[in-house]
Design a binder for this molecule. Sequence first.
Ligand SMILES: C[S@@+](CC[C@H](N)C(=O)[O-])C[C@H]1O[C@@H](n2cnc3c(N)ncnc32)[C@H](O)[C@@H]1O
Ligand SMILES: [Mg+2]
Length: 329
Amino acid sequence: MLRRLPSSLRRALASSAIPPRGARVANPTLSSPHALTPQWRGCASASAAGSSSPSSLPPPPPSPPQGPPPHGRGSAASSLNSAEVAKFAAIAETWWDSQGPFKPLHLMNPTRLSFIRSTLCRHFRRDPYSAKPLEGLKVIDVGCGGGILSEPLARMGAAVTGIDAVDKNIKIAQIHAASDPTTASIEYCCTTAEDLVKESNQFDAVISLEVIEHVANPLEFCKSLSALTVPNGATVISTINRSMRAYATAIVAAEYILRWLPKGTHEWSKLVTPEELALALQRASISVQEMAGFVYNPLTGGWSLSDDISINYIAYGIKKSETPSTMPQ
Ligand SMILES: C[S@@+](CC[C@H](N)C(=O)[O-])C[C@H]1O[C@@H](n2cnc3c(N)ncnc32)[C@H](O)[C@@H]1O
Ligand SMILES: [Mg+2]
């Protein structure tokens, strides 16, 4: 795992080659019935509780990838991209089918939880070997889907809120969590990060895995995640790099050859490079401390943490405080 950031990333951060605020932002149209909820909707603890398929290969990426990410779709006001949200609504029933479309996330879960456990324990000075290392911490899982990350976070002792733009996902997450007393306290809500910001809610740790590549405007999304994080709190984001290797493996192989995911799940042009993510987070007052890659072993079918961030990667950052000297080491 990278304890320090790659040199290219450090250079990018140092030069702060960040596009001007509000650059290339257009208005979204929310035509889908699944592109939901401007407000908290159906929020409750769990205890209360056809995407289109292109027939041929996706358009190849421009070569070589260059410039800032082409993320102009959507306004600063909403992270919702109706087409992206509809894709997840169409497969909502399959969240807990470990052999279904979310099989890769189920397989990656232990590895990403290991990164989260180790970074959050260091950040909050907790014992990673204790049974409930996140006890007493308020944690939000933004874009929680059916709750496959929220549940283990709750088992680690965190007071978990899970939010997602798709109402069906939230209902499935609530039903699943309610069946186990250790997860029944999870608060699930169908809403977006930016709408939750309006409620002035803040969390010790804000986690959003595999979501940023599906939102309308990644920079604005990072700003919402930052606004949800307490000063000196932690933010963890994972996504897919916009690299040729990611095009070949995460799109062509995973969607078109192995059929792990429905075709069209990922659009190469919406993927975010580690440099772009770090810059967007920096603009959102979150300083990236660590990044690690997830690497798939085709022989074992398992994933592990690696220094290779060329395809799947995860980043941990600290929300800047008014007084930087009080930040955790
Ligand atoms: C690939 S899934 C990841 C689910 C979960 N974070 C995980 O990794 O197990 C992406 C999720 O983000 C949700 N989503 C997409 N756009 C969103 C937005 N703007 N706000 C909140 N959730 C969103 C989708 O409904 C979907 O459940
Ligand atoms: Mg994704």
